[in-house]
Design a binder for this molecule. Structure first.
Ligand SMILES: NC(=O)c1ccc[n+]([C@@H]2O[C@H](COP(=O)([O-])OP(=O)(O)OC[C@H]3O[C@@H](n4cnc5c(N)ncnc54)[C@H](OP(=O)(O)O)[C@@H]3O)[C@@H](O)[C@H]2O)c1
Length: 335
């Protein structure tokens, strides 16, 4: 089969295209999926580069998020038929394996997966929209809704609003009735975020976004929940971390699920106690985050923001778009 394959960790060129990679065969309890769409995540950049403490079996076909049709049933599989339309939950919640990291993922024509990871797909949801969901949207859903409990009327700053997780945070915050300040690094990205419904736009390359928050909503005060914003969504880390503490109101929440620009930033503990801040982490999604999102998409209430759809041969270019911060939403690979 055709596949995008990494043979060793390293630079972008380590992700290569192969026209005759060995077809998968389903082990007991597994099915083979004919991949309809696979979405890329910044996680794929980390997997290709190599992450401390994570052992990736080589060669590896990356791609955590995939949707497609059941093409073959392994021994003992019940309840599924050839041709069923499915989304794959990237995590096997029984053995902890992760698609595209500890076993082959969706950047290929076919992919073997444990049947317990399958979620039946409504005909109203395309493979591309479904594949856009699990890692980025599932985690955003857990961070914003399940754990973050965002509410109507809250003022919410989303840093990195243009990426996979970020666009979903904007969409979910608007669905919840919140007032959204979307921060991104270019006018073109901000135009798209405005079209998605963001209420305020800040180009944080040209403008200090904390100064914007303080001039727009007032300086936070330690006497009353006035000034600043209710929530900052920060999965960027690095030098944005300590700054974010200064934008939150008394009792405000910082929601995080990642650290694209660095996981051990400088902090300023004084703001955490003085303003009684709540810092809430979210790691990945649970099955109910994915089914909740699929319902929203099927009902037409949520439309995943898709940057581009590329053929399998251009998987390396797709990952480059993420690495070079050229994305606005999700990059989809269609084998
Ligand atoms: N814990 C979990 O389970 C989990 C799940 C999903 C994602 N994550 C993490 O969440 C983060 C976002 O993931 P994603 O897939 O949404 O990534 P993405 O699509 O590449 O989006 C990240 C956005 O962050 C902004 N950014 C700011 N500083 C950056 C930097 N130094 N390098 C690259 N981008 C930077 C970019 O927008 P601008 O150029 O406009 O600033 C970019 O669009 C990653 O760190 C990822 O590992 C964690």
């Amino acid at each position: 089969m055709r596949a995008a394959v990494v043979h060793r960790h390293g630079e972008p060129e380590e992700l290569g295209f192969e026209a005759a990679f060995t077809d998968p065969t389903p082990a007991p309890g597994e099915v083979v999926i004919k991949v309809g769409a696979c979405s890329l995540n910044y996680h794929d950049v980390f997997t290709r580069r190599g992450m401390p403490g994570i052992k990736v079996p080589m060669p590896i076909i990356m791609g955590l998020d995939l949707a497609g049709e059941v093409a073959e049933l392994g021994p003992g599989v019940e309840g599924w038929s050839i041709g069923d339309r499915v989304l794959v939950d990237p995590t096997d919640w029984e053995d902890g394996t992760l698609m595209g990291e500890t076993r082959h993922g969706g950047l290929a024509e076919y992919c073997a997966v444990n049947a317990r990871q399958l979620i039946r797909l409504d005909d109203r949801v395309s493979f591309a929209d479904a594949a856009a969901l699990p890692v980025a949207y599932g985690t955003a859903h857990r961070m914003m809704i399940t754990n973050g409990r965002i509410a109507a009327g809250e003022k919410i700053v989303v840093l990195g609003a243009s990426g996979g997780v970020g666009t979903c945070c904007v969409l979910l915050a608007k669905l919840a009735g919140a007032e959204v300040v979307a921060c991104a690094s270019s006018p073109a990205k901000l135009d798209r975020l405005a079209a998605m419904g963001a209420d305020h736009l800040v180009n944080y390359v040209e403008e200090d976004w904390v100064a914007w928050v303080r001039s727009h909503y007032g300086r936070p005060t330690r006497l009353r929940a006035e000034g600043g914003v209710d929530v900052v969504v920060n999965f960027t880390g690095g030098d944005t971390w300590a700054k974010s503490l200064r934008a939150l109101r008394l009792g405000g929440r910082m929601l995080t699920c990642g650290a694209t620009a660095g996981y051990d930033p400088k902090t300023d503990i004084r703001y955490i106690w003085t303003y009684e801040l709540d810092i809430k982490g979210s790691n990945g999604w649970r099955r109910e985050d994915l089914t909740g999102l699929l319902d929203l998409v099927a009902d037409g209430r949520l439309k995943p923001e898709i940057d581009s759809i590329l053929p399998l041969e251009e998987a390396r270019e797709g990952v480059r778009l993420l690495e070079d911060r050229e994305v606005m939403g999700k990059v989809i690979i269609q084998p």
